[in-house]
Design a protein around this ligand. Structure first.
Ligand code: ATP
Ligand code: MG
Ligand code: MG
Length: 559
């Protein structure tokens, strides 16, 4: 294994450390807005934020950027905590932007008093119309030069229960001609009457994300504020607000500039999927998926339910790396990382997903044998479990052919195959119904060919999996395909509903799993031999077993 080169983010951090910035202290944060569940894109940010803190003996805190009560709630907060722990990271403190509402309010008042902010009574549409374009200047609001006293009084009114949502906003008085659109008098506060998940009905107006995010980092003493590329144009705005804050607090000329250093990296985007929380919300609300944790969703809870391991997600993120260019990441790469990790972890069991009966005609009717099945051949110290063999078995329909071509190394009359962990059998024929469908296959076993006996050593090309008809359980198996039918739905002009893959879920209620597999619960990694990786679903019960297909096998043995 070769030494991995460090990311450009780590390079910048090492430069700061070498220069003695912040006295060698490293403090990062992961700042989710609690308005949805975490997806694999967030995991990329988490791996970075927590990863560098770990690597440079720093701390990574969590901060919930909860500035919009109309979309946020505590259920999201709790699930975010759970998902981060599941990924294997430990945070320092948990902060909330709402902890700073008082401070931000005082700062906003100072901004008005110092002629850096004003209350605008225009509608959102009017304000948008005056924004201009990146190449043409915007138009001043008619309220831009209203008296400071008037703005102060109206701002206080904005924070009363009587204030009408949308009737007024507080805007920073910056530069309506700035080529950076974020400087064209950005909105600082708006009126919202939905109760806040933490502050209840205490506030009636709330800071915008852009008037809270940068200052929150600053209040907490974040040294490196790492985020995604779309925040590049926000960086000078955050810096300007911090300049004003320093002026307010009389620390403008302090030489040691302790402001956070913002570093931006590229977002994770997955082929055949979307990462926008708004679109994921729509999939859930319109019931195209069963919920945020539907196994097709790119959410961490969905991937967990499907059977992805946290290590496979982290390895995938490590393999795609961090750059300054947005890209589309191949879903197949993620699946390869899942396979690689589950190959090491998954317990091998037998399951027949398209069953046809196999009768061992020379095996005694009332006899059974418990065979040893190795749990994981990748592990030299692997444990084993028992799988029961008997006269009546189930095998896969596709493992039999009546008139087989020469290269068919599965079951066909007159040829031998090995039954995994059991005997070599010779197929003798099959029985059909009146429509010509095969309803039963017959074979004779060689009693000297049991695994471990000398007769087992002769060369037989095919090895098949099976379950004993009286020692298995019926199960439902859910197979998943891509959520979208186009590679890059976010770049497609059509409405995203039209791009959904209508066949992304296949339910197969006609499966049999060996008894041992039926004891496995959600959270336990399984391989159905020769088929793929699977995990019991959260809704699986002993009476109604349900397994999710995590991912297929790339290399199947003896196929
Ligand atoms: P929305 O879809 O509503 O825009 P968001 O992505 O902004 O949601 P946040 O909760 O604000 O969601 O994100 C928290 C952090 O996760 C941010 O710092 C953001 O940069 C990062 N993040 C979000 N999506 C991705 C992604 N696809 N790849 C990498 N980082 C991401
Ligand atoms: Mg956001
Ligand atoms: Mg976003």
């Amino acid at each position: 294994t070769e030494e991995k080169s460090i990311s450009f983010v780590e390079q910048l951090i090492e430069e700061d450390l070498a220069a003695g910035k912040n006295g060698g202290r490293i403090q990062t944060r992961f700042p989710p807005e609690p308005n949805g569940y975490l997806h694999i894109g967030h995991a990329k940010a988490i791996c970075m934020d927590f990863g560098v803190a770990e690597k440079y003996n720093g701390v990574c805190n969590l901060r919930f950027d909860d500035t919009n009560p109309s979309k946020e709630n505590n259920e999201y907060v709790e699930n975010i905590l759970h998902d981060i722990s599941w990924l294997g990271f430990k945070w320092g403190n948990i902060y909330y932007a709402s902890d700073y509402f008082e401070k931000l309010w005082d700062f906003a008042i100072w901004m008005i008093e110092n002629n850096h902010a004003y209350v605008d009574e225009q509608s959102a549409e009017e304000i948008a119309k005056q924004k201009g374009t990146p190449t043409t200047p915007g138009t001043d609001s008619p309220y831009r030069n209203r008296p400071i006293e008037e703005s102060l009084q109206l701002f206080k009114q904005m924070n009363t229960p009587e204030a009408k949502e949308g009737s007024m906003v507080l805007r920073a008085k910056l530069d309506m001609a700035n080529p950076n659109m974020h400087f064209r008098d950005p909105i600082m506060y708006r009126i919202i009457h939905t109760p806040h998940h933490r502050t209840g009905t205490k506030w009636n107006c709330y800071p915008m994300y852009d008037f809270a995010h940068g200052q929150s980092d600053y209040f907490e003493g974040v040294t490196h504020s790492i985020c995604t590329l779309e925040f590049v144009p926000h960086r000078p705005l955050y810096n300007l607000f911090i300049d004003f804050l320093k002026e307010k607090d009389g620390s403008a000329d302090v030489l040691d500039d302790n402001r956070p250093r913002q570093i931006e990296f590229n977002r994770l985007n997955l082929t055949y999927n979307v990462m926008s929380k708004r679109k994921l919300h729509t999939l859930v609300d319109e019931k195209f998926v069963s919920g945020w944790d539907d196994p097709r969703m790119p959410t961490l809870c969905g991937m967990r339910r499907r059977g992805y391991s946290p290590e496979s997600i982290r390895n995938f993120i490590d393999s795609i790396g961090y750059t300054k260019f947005d890209a589309l990441n191949d879903m197949a790469l993620l699946e390869a990382a899942v396979r690689e990790d589950l190959n090491k972890k998954a317990t091998r069991v037998s399951a027949v997903l398209d069953p046809v009966k196999l009768v061992i005609t020379n095996y005694p009717e009332d006899q059974t044998e418990d065979m040893d099945a190795i749990d994981n051949p990748e592990d030299e110290n692997s444990t084993t479990h028992k799988i029961t063999f008997s006269k009546n078995l189930w095998i896969e329909r596709a493992d039999f052919m009546e008139d087989a071509p020469k290269k068919f190394f599965r079951m066909t009359p007159g040829k031998e195959v090995r039954l995994k962990n059991a005997y070599i059998v010779m197929c003798t024929g099959c029985t059909k119904d009146e429509n010509g469908n095969i309803i039963e296959i017959q074979a004779e076993y060689d009693p000297e060919s049991k695994s471990g006996m000398s007769g087992a050593n002769r060369k037989v090309k095919g090895t098949l999996h099976w379950v004993s008809a009286d020692h298995c359980k019926p199960a439902e198996v859910r197979e998943y395909d891509r959520l979208f039918s186009v590679e890059n739905p976010s770049a497609d002009e059509r409405d995203f509903h039209e791009l959904l893959n209508q066949n992304s879920l296949k339910i197969n209620k006609n499966c049999f799993v060996e008894d041992y597999a039926a004891t496995k619960k959600a959270g336990e990694y399984l391989q159905f031999q020769r088929t793929g990786y699977f995990m019991a679903d959260l809704d699986s019960t002993p009476e109604h077993l349900i397994f999710n297909k995590t991912v297929g096998l790339k290399d199947t043995w003896a196929k």
